[in-house]
Design a protein around this ligand. Structure first.
Ligand code: DUC
Ligand code: ZN
Ligand code: ZN
Ligand code: ZN
Length: 488
């Protein structure tokens, strides 16, 4: 691959329009997008006639090299990103987990882990406890470290979970910094009770995972987080929306004008929980993630919500473990490491499920897989667009070519794949990352250390108008009190 690249004759797709044009790239940046670009013979030319030229996918939700539930995810920043590139994703945003509650120590650890990156990446930060130090560290993360989103866990009682008082403090801090608050929405106390119930019933297999944390617990926590974010008047991003119950709360909130973003993940959109009842432990355990993959019906409802705009973008929660790691929970489902793969499959499965079936348009696809993520995390149009000045993270997708998913051929280090055997139409034939061809003819050419850390500035479009709304709300509280007092 050379530093000059011309993609000829494809249909260039952005979030709101598409046109037949050439795309010219120099030194990692898109220089021109228009028909009939003429270049010299020092330029590598890619023929894209009859194919779609789109912004590379951005996965807003991944866990690479994460220490979790007594083990560490099998994919690190190199293998996970290589897999991503093979599947047409050119950037991901990973969750930094604090070390003993310290954000600074957590970030240092993730900076080390991500040094071998072969594609661009950004960070969200999880908040797992609350005090003055954490509050101050949040400020440093936003002002100096390029992090503009913080995730709060309403589940994982005894480890990651925080209570409502701390959640409110966290929301207020996010708001003051222009950072986006994110929630893992399941009622952790109720999940704990559900797990105790399974124990009493003697249910120890993977099906117990689903039975112990039903959709109602996700709906309750989603509603609570939405109401508390509204009380503070700060935008809210609900990660991994897995159920109709949670989706309907988001729908209701958005209809009433609240700034709530809902992120379904591929597993929740296309899989159902029936696998959890498979008599073979490993077959079942590979589908264990939280919130759980739901009964058939939730998947279709989430697809419909996505196509109607009730949900705004698609992630994966890629958090891969191999069979040996999943076997940690052979006697007790509570010990099965939670997580499924998806970083490599997201673009293909979503195209096949949503575009190929006619549920969404090709421009919608770009919005849901790339552009909207870039807007929400405030890096648009550097990312998420094919236009002059944007980073040259580009894919060429052939709608007439087919793909097949298998652990035998995938690029993740895991020995299993929750989409095993999936065949579909619409194949990512070429991936360009930072102006370099990294995936072509089913071959990866990735370089450890070539990926860049993307700083994400605070105050995305979601914060527009918040001060005004605050002033209006506060005066609405005061005015009637004043009237009463002066009448007395
Ligand atoms: N859920 C998972 O399945 N894995 C990682 C963390 C989470 O919330
Ligand atoms: Zn400070
Ligand atoms: Zn989560
Ligand atoms: Zn996650």
């Amino acid at each position: 691959s050379s530093s000059k690249l011309l993609i000829k004759g494809g249909t260039v797709v952005n979030a709101h329009e598409m046109e037949i044009a050439d795309v010219y790239v120099e030194d990692g940046i898109i220089v021109a997008v228009r028909p009939n670009i003429k270049v010299g013979d020092d330029v590598t030319v890619l023929d894209a006639i009859g194919k779609f030229v789109m912004p590379g996918g951005i996965d807003p939700h991944t866990h690479l090299a994460m220490e979790f539930m007594g083990t560490e995810t099998i994919d690190d920043f190199f293998s996970g990103q290589a897999a991503a590139l093979a599947g047409g994703t050119t950037m991901h945003i990973d969750f930094v987990i604090p070390v003993n509650g310290s954000l600074t120590a957590g970030l240092e650890s993730y900076e080390k882990k991500s040094r071998k990156s072969c594609m661009d990446y950004g960070f969200h930060m999880a908040i797992t406890k609350w005090d003055e130090i954490v509050s101050h560290e949040m400020e440093i993360m936003v002002k100096e470290k390029g992090i503009n989103s913080f995730k709060f866990f309403l589940a994982y009682k005894g480890s990651l979970m925080i209570n409502d008082e701390l959640l409110l403090q966290g929301f207020k801090k996010c708001k003051s910094l222009g950072a986006l608050a994110m929630v893992h929405a399941e009622n952790g106390d109720a999940v704990y009770e559900g797990q105790r119930r399974m124990k009493e019933l003697g249910i120890t297999g993977p099906e117990g995972h689903s039975l112990s944390r039903p959709p109602a617990l996700e709906g309750e926590a989603t509603a609570r987080a939405i109401q508390l974010a509204a009380f503070v008047n700060t935008p809210l991003y609900v990660v991994h929306v897995m159920s109709i119950e949670a989706m309907e709360e988001i729908s209701k909130a958005r209809k009433s004008g609240l700034k709530v973003i809902g992120e379904p993940v591929v597993s929740g959109l296309v899989l159902n929980e029936s696998w959890l009842w498979d008599p073979d432990f490993i077959t079942a355990a590979k589908y264990v993630m939280s919130p759980p993959i739901r009964a058939a019906g939730h998947d279709r409802a989430l697809q419909a919500a996505l196509s109607m705009g009730i949900l705004q973008l698609v992630g994966t929660d890629h958090c891969s473990f191999n069979s040996t790691q999943k076997a940690l929970g052979i006697d007790d489902f509570r010990k099965i490491p939670n997580g499924v793969n998806g970083i490599e499959e997201r673009m293909h499965v979503l195209w096949d499920t949503m575009v190929e079936s006619g549920q969404i348009s090709v421009t919608d696809y770009v919005r849901l897989t790339s552009a909207e993520c870039a807007r929400i995390f405030n890096i648009y149009p550097r990312k998420g667009a094919i236009r002059a000045g944007s980073d040259a993270d580009i894919i060429i997708l052939n709608p007439n070519s087919s793909f097949e998913i298998s652990a035998k051929s995938h690029h993740s280090r895991s020995d299993t794949n929750v989409y095993e055997g999936w065949r579909g139409k619409g194949k990512v034939e070429v991936t360009i990352s930072g102006g370099r061809i990294v995936w072509q003819n089913d071959e990866l050419k990735v370089v450890p250390g070539s990926g860049k850390y993307i700083e994400m500035p605070p105050f995305s479009y979601l914060f527009n108008g918040i001060e005004k709304a605050d002033a209006k709300y506060l005066s609405s509280l005061k005015a009637p009190v004043k009237r009463l007092r002066s009448a007395a």
